[in-house]
Design a protein around this ligand. Structure first.
Ligand SMILES: [Ca+2]
Length: 342
């Protein structure tokens, strides 16, 4: 795409809502968005746990990407029940100790409401963590349900993956939904137009080794930052896999969050199916919940609801993993400022 084409193209307007800091993939998803000329990123909002720290991490990533034009807003840290934990690298490789980084004063929930209501039918919200901010936005201003263009969610499990040896590759309880299960229930049942990308699909999108090498060889500030956090990640991944009961032999640099950012404007990477997704709260002593799905006429694929309910969202069930890795790498290694059209 040449500069003239970029200037005349209609951009996809998004808000990126992220739990950046716990897992590496939010940071590189923000970099991918910052480098994509198809996107007009209205703002980045933070969710779950220490949302002040997360906002500073997001602001630092955007500053490094030369995109200080994109504002950052602190959001809801506590789930509707329980409390928000954090574990991961929490900004290591991104923030310097005691680094002064500022962000906007407006609350993320108010920013989400205001942006959607001032631009009816224009704004897509892409969630990369708990859906707490969207749930609070719905409760504070229910009209966002009819005025959002699309909500794209990375969370949950629809078809658990088991490898040829019978070892689980996807968690039974997925991190983003389970860390604020009540928010997930509010959002999934809201009637918003939802594209839902579960982690049994994103677990087919590893960053390929030659793509990682290309990023490592590219000496721009964002590729150097991405390389630092990729190098920090493998021991953290093993700890998290052990904590959620997945075999560590399947660890990789998964591009969970960059994939859903791609889906905001590139609709050929994921194959979507209209399904009925509902929440079923299972109040065990660890308060896990489960998600049930119903694919019309093909119930043996999924944990199903026996009643054939009408589809209430589009669910990703297939992905072109190698293309995701190549597209991600192409954007990260592009000259910095690729996402700007001025
Ligand atoms: Ca995330």
């Amino acid at each position: 795409m040449n500069k003239k084409e970029r200037n005349t193209m209609e951009k996809t307007r998004i808000i990126l809502d992220t739990d950046i800091g716990t897992y590496y993939d939010d940071a590189v998803a923000v970099m991918f968005a910052a480098q994509s000329p198809e996107l007009q990123v209205e703002g980045v909002t933070t969710c779950y746990g220490d949302t002040d720290l997360r906002a500073r991490i997001a602001a630092k990533v955007l500053k490094t990407a030369g995109r200080e034009d994109i504002p950052v807003f602190k959001g809801i840290g506590r789930p509707m029940r329980g409390y928000g934990l954090m574990f991961g690298f929490e900004g290591e490789g991104i923030l310097e100790p005691d680094e002064e980084i500022t962000y906007e004063k407006q609350h993320a929930v108010d920013f989400i409401i205001e942006t959607i209501m001032n631009n009816p039918g224009e704004i897509k919200v892409v969630t990369l963590g708990t859906v707490s901010n969207v749930a609070h936005a719905i409760l504070k201003e229910p009209k966002v349900i009819d005025n959002i263009k699309e909500l794209i969610i990375m969370a949950g499990v629809v078809i658990p993956i088991v490898d040829e040896k019978g070892v689980r590759r996807s968690p039974r309880e997925e991190y983003n939904f389970n860390n604020d299960a009540i928010a997930a229930e509010i959002v999934l049942n809201s009637g918003m137009p939802i594209s839902y990308v579960p982690c049994d699909v994103t677990l087919y999108t590893p960053l390929l080794d030659d793509d990682r090498d290309k990023i490592r060889a590219t000496k721009t500030p964002i590729c150097e930052m991405a390389t630092r956090i990729f190098d920090l990640w493998p021991p953290q991944e093993k700890l998290i896999y052990t904590a959620v009961g997945i075999a560590t032999e399947h660890t990789a640099l998964w591009l969970h969050d960059p994939l859903v950012v791609m889906h905001a404007f590139e609709r050929t990477l994921l194959k979507m199916f209209p399904l009925h997704i509902a929440t079923e709260y299972n109040p065990t002593n660890i308060e896990r919940d489960m998600y049930i799905a119903n694919m019309n006429g093909n119930q043996d694929l999924l944990r199903t609801n026996p009643k054939k309910l009408p589809p209430n969202m589009d669910v990703a069930l297939e992905v072109d993993g190698p293309r995701v890795s190549r597209f991600f790498t192409e954007r990260l290694t592009a000259p910095m400022g690729n996402g700007l059209t001025k």
